[in-house]
Design a protein around this ligand. Structure first.
Ligand SMILES: Nc1ncnc2c1ncn2[C@@H]1O[C@H](COP(=O)(O)OP(=O)(O)O)[C@@H](O)[C@H]1O
Ligand SMILES: [Mg+2]
Length: 265
């Protein structure tokens, strides 16, 4: 995938980070990968599509202080450049931009009831608005609904973080069922790759799960594996990403390696 995508209706690379299991590293991946791509000089926007708003809060954007969120953008019919401008939270020098979440995103399924082509809203929006970016990263909610459908339809690549844990493997069926369902109605299949996260190389169980994933998924599994690193929790507690507090840590280096894999593949 080239660093600045062409040839698609959306003029940049849209990476949706999704897995219907919670706590597998979706938000950490969206934010750290976004920061890594930004450090590589790529213009990057992260959109928080999870009503819980963890990505937004993680970067210090509390929903009560966010005047215009992803919810307003998705609810508004037609493209409103002014609204988009107000939703965009510009990152400081060397930092990515963000569109924050709002808890009302959880009502979107109801609010959009009866709206035609409601699975295409995000794709259309990004087609109008995201040409300034090389990458748009979507932090997805853990449940299947109109948000996840929009994210999968808008994406050039779905990144599925998989915790290297036997129980996490069990939960994987849901996301692959969703992909299969969507593929029945989409003109082209959803492109996806999986990312092994929270790997503890000292644990035999973790090593066995990674071996199993490599055997089952082959090249669909990113070469890069994300290890357990306590610095991720420290970073979220400090309102930043791992590059702000520990740029040479293992976790920081691994997400940089993932960014390189994405830019060069
Ligand atoms: N590689 C990792 N090593 C250690 N902790 C991690 C790692 N990735 C994520 N975490 C922590 O695990 C928790 C859940 O991660 P998160 O990214 O919020 O998952 P999700 O978005 O899938 O629910 C967070 O506290 C986060 O800081
Ligand atoms: Mg999350």
């Amino acid at each position: 995938m080239p660093s600045s995508c062409t040839g698609d209706e959306v003029g940049c690379s849209v990476l949706a980070v999704a897995n219907q299991k919670g706590g597998v590293g979706k938000t950490t991946t969206a934010l750290t990968l976004g920061a890594a791509l930004t450090r590589m000089g790529r213009r990057t926007l992260v959109m928080d599509l999870d009503p819980h708003g963890c990505a937004s809060v993680h970067l210090g954007h509390f929903p009560e202080n966010v005047p215009v969120s992803a919810y307003d953008l998705l609810l508004t019919e037609g493209f409103d450049a002014g609204l988009w401008g107000r939703a965009l939270i510009r990152g400081a020098e060397g930092r990515m931009d963000m569109v924050a979440s709002n808890v009302r995103l959880s009502e979107l399924d109801i609010d959009l009831k009866g709206r035609e082509n409601k699975g295409l809203l995000l794709k259309k929006l990004l087609g109008e608005a995201a040409s300034d970016y090389d990458f748009v990263i979507l932090d997805c909610p853990p449940n299947m609904g109109v948000l996840l459908v929009n994210a999968m339809v808008a994406s050039n690549l779905l990144i599925i973080p998989i915790q290297t844990d036997f129980l996490a493997l069990h939960g994987l069926r849901l996301i692959f069922d969703s992909i299969r369902l969507l593929n029945k109605v989409l003109p082209r299949p959803v492109a996806w790759r999986a990312l092994a996260t929270m790997f503890d190389r000292r644990a035999g169980a973790c090593r066995r799960v990674l071996h199993l994933l490599r055997g089952k998924l082959g090249p669909k599994l990113f070469e890069t594996v994300i290890d357990m690193d306590t610095q991720f929790r420290e970073a979220s507690a400090s309102g930043g990403v791992i590059y702000d507090i520990a740029p040479d840590s293992r976790g920081a280096r691994e997400y940089m390696a993932l960014a390189k894999e994405i830019v060069t593949s």
